[in-house]
Design a protein around this ligand. Structure first.
Ligand code: TRP
Ligand code: ZN
Length: 882
């Protein structure tokens, strides 16, 4: 039998408990730039739930095996078999035993940034999902939980700081050498994907923290030398996160130290390794001069996210990678709630829904669609998706909406109590809510199993004589790959019926009575709800707060939508009503024939937005959101088929120009009112004022009104913070061709030594919606500031071009598609994970008009047909074409 057959797709239905367990792992890691030696001592025993007499099969990837022994006796070459991806001991004694393994790895040559690698000279690790097997041979699966002790040894000069999971136990010099060591012990059993170590020259900021029950914790954030001054906000966000989790969920920290390390080369945002989070430095480092308000908000959210994993992910982990949403969806929900409490809840909700619609909806509607809990995968790295994270968070939020806050908390309490220390499943999670509340969640669980964004349609009829209002609702979940037919979901629709006075009517709950607290529960394909004692024709406000992640189609008239935009007590739906009006106009404006396109923006829409702008009682951040018209990709999704990105951009720009022109006076007045010389503070209120101010400026410049361009130039030059300076630069780049090049050159000269700011500069240029942009992006790949080796640079330049510049990525001549495909192929040899993500930018290719669709398909086929692809890229290419 061949030892390592081609990897087959992994199926959820094939899950079996591990045959062998690992109780303790003792590691001795001797750091060296090219030959790091890892001595691993695994105390193993047969799993009572496994198959008796089973072999020991350990995963390994690109490891040099130096030695292996069983209970201190070296194994003969015949006693084990080494394959490409596994090490097998075919007939081990069926009892507790100790395996000792010595491996050698080359961290400097590790460009995939999985396993042990170096970032600016610092040794660091990334083990989720399957990176630990690149450090030592191990059963690399999340349901094998062990207690780890790690000794790290290094040159004192090269790595004065040595960090591991858990608590520091011992440290010292190695006499007669230039080396030193540190020993860390993590008392909490964990899967190997949570293992981490760091060694390097790093500066530190720290603070003490006392938990609710009195545990003293030392918090530390480690950054590149000289950057400690930029870690203060992250440290503050960490302290607030820790306090919040105690108050909101009763979750307390459980070690003596909590460390965060910021590195410049990282495949994702950050990683929740137990007691030792490792971050992309983009989500740690901030100063007013180099970071925008959006950067500060992201830092706060991601610091919180990784910290919250300590309970949802680490103390309770996943049984297998199909359960990824168990930790990710839940933890995103928790970080969203945290940010809502720290900032403005409605504005946070609008921002989160915008992200869901722009990233998750297209995924759910294209070839890469998959359920929140997938049933099969070829490469797990490709399932860290908007569906698992963002839609996964929405499913948890729906659970809270359906059960109410107290019952939801009771379910969470039971989850923490019942599953602490477990590797759990979605079934385990749901059972806690079912048991705590006596609710049957069988149908609700379909949200985890069925892919696709449900379409909910609503129409209402008021009967003047009977004084009743009947709301007819229907739902349909579209077919998705591998799922041609769907069952009805449980869809909680928060709602209100507005009377002519703009207030919610006090009406009796409808017949069929599951609408207790302002939530209609739609759980059949079609359902009617009858409201009694309805004295006048109501305007229904449905899916308030975006209570369910669905597309909603209603029979509301323009006047109804204007009414909601003005009066709805739910701020989200006020926003949404205005967006719906704008969208209707934008879709019509891209209509097939030029003659059929409405030329001017509807006066009603402009008036509605004008009244939002003029309403001084509204939160400026909310007003800025209301004024920001649907994105090009939102419009494309609404059109659905035969999309011409140039027509979409034209419609959107025309509307923004119309707004800038029609509202010119108010925009200037608002801009001036909000232009205050106060020193920069990153809090939500100040950030909201800046976002509205800069939105006004951008609309003015787009419209060529109110001296917008001149004001943007002045703001660019005078700004004392990155939010204003970059926003002004962005306005100039998009709306002022003459002033653009000089400003871009100036910006680069100012910030050339700040890689995170250079990223903004790269991304902005990649976004310019002009035919010259592809050549510019190509040229920038040769620029000294660019590197294919750094994921942040690649994402900023190429990722932005492919993901945020539809007219140029989807150029009719196919050159944009070709360029991105070429880049994916180049990058694949170096960093498959980042290459695969870049290729996923093609996900909506089928919705394009014929010429562009053919060119996208050709580019995808060219990638798919290239020999020697990584499983990551091959998987995305194949599924995209299927
Ligand atoms: N678990 C990380 C999070 O909090 C995600 C992550 C970080 C990751 N680095 C990774 C996933 C590398 C896969 C590969 O969301
Ligand atoms: Zn996470």
């Amino acid at each position: 039998m061949p030892l390592d057959p081609e990897p087959q797709p992994v199926r959820l239905s094939d899950y079996r408990p591990p045959d062998w367990l690992v109780d303790t792992v003792d590691l001795d890691v001797r750091l060296h730039p090219n030959a790091t030696r890892i001595l691993a001592r695994l105390a193993m025993r047969p799993n009572p739930k496994g198959r008796p007499g089973a072999p020991i099969v350990l995963d390994g990837d690109e490891l040099a095996l130096k030695a292996i022994s069983l209970d201190s006796t070296p194994l003969a070459g015949t006693a084990y078999a080494l394959g490409e991806r596994t090490l097998t001991i075919p007939s081990p004694p069926a009892r507790a035993l100790v395996i000792e393994i010595e491996t050698l790895v080359d961290p400097s040559a590790n460009t995939s940034l999985m396993g042990l690698y170096r970032s600016s000279g610092t040794y660091c690790t990334q083990c989720e999902a399957e990176g630990f097997r690149r450090i030592t041979f191990f059963p690399d699966r999340p349901d094998v939980l062990a207690v780890y002790t790690t000794r790290i040894e290094a040159e004192r000069d090269e790595a004065p700081v040595l960090l591991g999971n858990g608590n520091p136990v011992e440290a010292g010099e190695i006499p007669g050498t230039t080396r030193h060591y540190a020993i860390w012990h993590d008392p909490w059993p964990k899967p190997c994907y949570l293992f981490a170590l760091v060694g390097g020259r790093l500066d530190r900021v720290s603070a003490p923290f006392v938990t609710a029950s009195g545990r003293h914790v030392e918090l530390g954030i480690y950054v590149e030398p000289g950057k400690a001054g930029r870690a203060g906000y992250a440290l503050d966000a960490l302290e607030r996160s820790m306090r919040w989790d105690e108050e909101a969920f009763g979750c307390e920290y459980d070690l003596d130290v909590f460390n965060i390390v910021a590195v410049a080369d990282f495949n994702m945002g950050a990683m929740e390794n137990k007691g030792l989070n490792i971050f992309n430095d983009k989500y740690v480092l901030a100063s007013p001069e180099t970071a925008t308000d959006a950067d500060y908000a992201n830092i706060e959210a991601i610091i919180a996210h990784e910290y919250f994993h300590n309970w949802t992910g680490n103390r309770i982990t996943c049984r297998d990678w199909f359960q990824l949403c168990l930790k990710e969806g839940l933890t995103v929900f928790r970080d969203q709630e945290f940010s809502s409490d720290q900032r403005s809840r409605p504005v946070k909700r609008i921002a989160d829904v915008r992200l869901l619609k722009s990233h998750q909806f297209p995924e759910d509607g294209g070839p890469l669609a998959h359920p929140v809990r997938p049933q099969t995968y070829r490469e797990i790295n490709n399932f860290y998706t908007a569906t698992v994270y963002e839609k996964g968070a929405e499913v948890v939020r729906m659970l809270k909406t359906l059960l109410g806050p107290e019952s939801f908390r009771a379910g969470m309490d039971l989850y923490f109590e019942r599953h602490d220390g477990d590797a759990a499943t979605i079934e385990d999670f749901l059972a806690c809510f079912a048991d705590a509340t006596g609710t049957d969640l069988t149908q609700f669980a379909l949200w985890y199993a069925q892919a696709g964004t449900p379409l909910v349609t609503a129409s209402g009829e008021w009967d003047r004589q009977a004084r009743t209002y009947r709301l007819d609702l229907a739902q349909a979940v579209p077919p998705t790959p591998g799922q041609p037919t769907k069952l009805p979901l449980v869809i909680p629709l928060a709602f209100g019926l507005l009377g002519a006075d703009g207030h919610d009517m006090k009406v009796l709950p409808p017949d069929g009575g599951n609408a207790a607290h302002g939530v209609l529960v739609l759980n059949e394909a079609r359902q009617s709800f009858l409201f009694r004692n309805v004295e006048e024709r109501p305007v229904p406000s449905l899916n308030r707060g975006f209570s369910a992640p669905v597309k909603l189609g209603t029979d509301l008239s323009t006047d109804d939508l204007l009414f909601l935009a003005r009066h709805d007590r739910d701020p989200f739906n006020r926003f949404e009503a205005a967006q719906t009006l704008a969208m209707a106009h934008l879709v019509a404006a891209t209509g097939a024939t030029r003659e059929a396109r409405p030329s001017a923006a509807p006066a009603a829409l402009i008036e509605a937005l004008g009244s939002v702008l003029g309403d001084a009682s509204l939160d400026p951040a909310f007003v800025a959101q209301a004024l920001s018209v649907p994105s090009e990709s939102d419009i494309a999704r609404e059109i659905g088929r035969g999309v011409d990105p140039d027509a979409v951009l034209a419609a959107r720009t025309t509307l923004r120009q119309a707004l800038g022109t029609a509202l010119g006076h108010e925009l200037v007045a608002t801009y001036e009112r909000l232009s205050v010389p106060d020193p920069y503070v990153p809090d939500a209120a100040s950030a909201g004022r800046r976002s509205l101010k800069n939105m006004c400026l951008d609309l003015l410049a787009t419209a060529g009104a109110g001296d917008g361009v001149a004001r943007a130039l002045a703001l660019y030059r005078a700004a004392d913070n990155m939010t204003d300076r970059f926003s002004a630069l962005s306005t100039l780049a998009h709306s002022a061709r003459d002033a653009r090049e000089e400003a871009l050159a100036d910006f680069y000269e100012r910030f050339r030594d700040e890689p995170l700011v250079v990223d903004k500069w790269l991304a902005l240029q990649a976004q310019i919606a002009e035919p010259g942009t592809l050549d510019r992006v190509r040229a920038l790949t040769k620029h000294a500031a660019f590197s294919m080796g750094n994921p942040n640079r690649v994402r900023s330049l190429i990722g932005t071009f492919a993901g945020a510049n539809p007219t140029q990525f989807h150029r009719a001549d196919g050159a944009g598609h070709s360029f991105v495909a070429d880049t994916v192929l180049t990058l694949d040899g170096r960093n498959p994970q980042v290459a695969a993500r870049l290729l996923a930018a093609f996900k909506s290719w089928r919705s394009l008009e014929t010429v562009r669709r053919n060119s996208a398909e050709a580019a995808l086929k060219r990638v798919a047909d290239t020999p020697g692809l990584s499983p990551d890229v091959s998987d995305i290419a194949t599924r995209s074409l299927a």
